[in-house]
Design a protein around this ligand. Structure first.
Ligand code: MN
Length: 235
């Protein structure tokens, strides 16, 4: 590999810094083109009654598949960017060709965010490890206050989007929201950081069971949070 290209890749990775990580717990999912829709790590009905089986099936097999297929279709037209890795595409989003920028934001975001979401959920009862629990208590007061603050933030998302618990560059925990399929790793996001938790508040994530009651969905989802996964992301 020529030096300039190697230097460029190294610089890109360093620029992404603490925001660079793959898909924890999901090593089989590629983080560069061609992207692949992995199976859920549990059955469609595993998160019942908090998230119903039909919602999970449509969410994964239709919505997540569409993001994956459309992201691949967009990247087919941009061979120079196929090997860049999704984290770098997020970090450098403002420098991409406009058509690709839109695809990375909407389809790439949808691909990554849903991979994250499936693994952030689990039917198994798990607890946060001591470092994460201590950070939550120090930052928010206690676990119930974190849940209340995330629910409040999730309810403020107008239309479609996500509510995240992130660890920012100052190593602080912070609750942030993003519109549509944007995420806190995108270079033009106001509050950047590495996701610890990310809750999908698009209506397709809850409408069949909860209809317009987003607050009830945001309350129920804590029963199926994979704290083991979250804890692995906090360091
Ligand atoms: Mn979704």
């Amino acid at each position: 590999m020529e030096n300039s290209r190697r230097d460029f890749i190294k610089t890109s990775v360093l620029a992404a810094g603490a925001l660079t990580f793959g898909l924890p717990g999901n090593a089989n999912v590629p983080s560069e083109y061609p992207y692949v829709l992995a199976d859920l790590p549990y059955a469609f009905n595993a998160l019942e009654p908090y998230i119903d089986a039909l919602t999970m099936e449509i969410h994964h097999d239709k919505h997540h598949k569409a993001y994956t297929d459309k992201f691949n279709a967009a990247l087919e037209k941009f061979p120079d960017y196929q090997a860049k890795g999704i984290q770098n595409l997020f970090a450098q989003i403002t420098q991409l060709p406009v058509e690709l920028q839109t695809a990375v934001r909407n389809q790439g975001g949808g691909y990554w965010n849903h991979n994250f979401f499936w693994h952030m959920l689990s039917p198994e009862k798990t607890l946060p490890t001591e470092p994460l629990l201590t950070a939550i208590n120090t930052t928010f007061g206690d676990m119930d206050k974190l849940k209340a603050a995330m629910a409040k933030a999730g309810l403020t998302v107008f239309g479609s989007g996500w509510v995240w618990l992130i660890e920012n560059a100052q190593k602080e925990l912070k609750i942030v929201t993003t519109a549509n399929q944007n995420n806190p790793m995108m270079g033009d996001t106001a509050d950047k950081g590495a996701p610890i938790l990310g809750i999908d508040v698009w209506e397709h994530a809850y409408y069949l069971k909860y209809q317009n009651k987003r607050a009830d969905y945001l309350d129920g989802i804590w029963n199926v949070i994979n704290w083991k996964h979250a804890s692995q992301l906090y360091f």
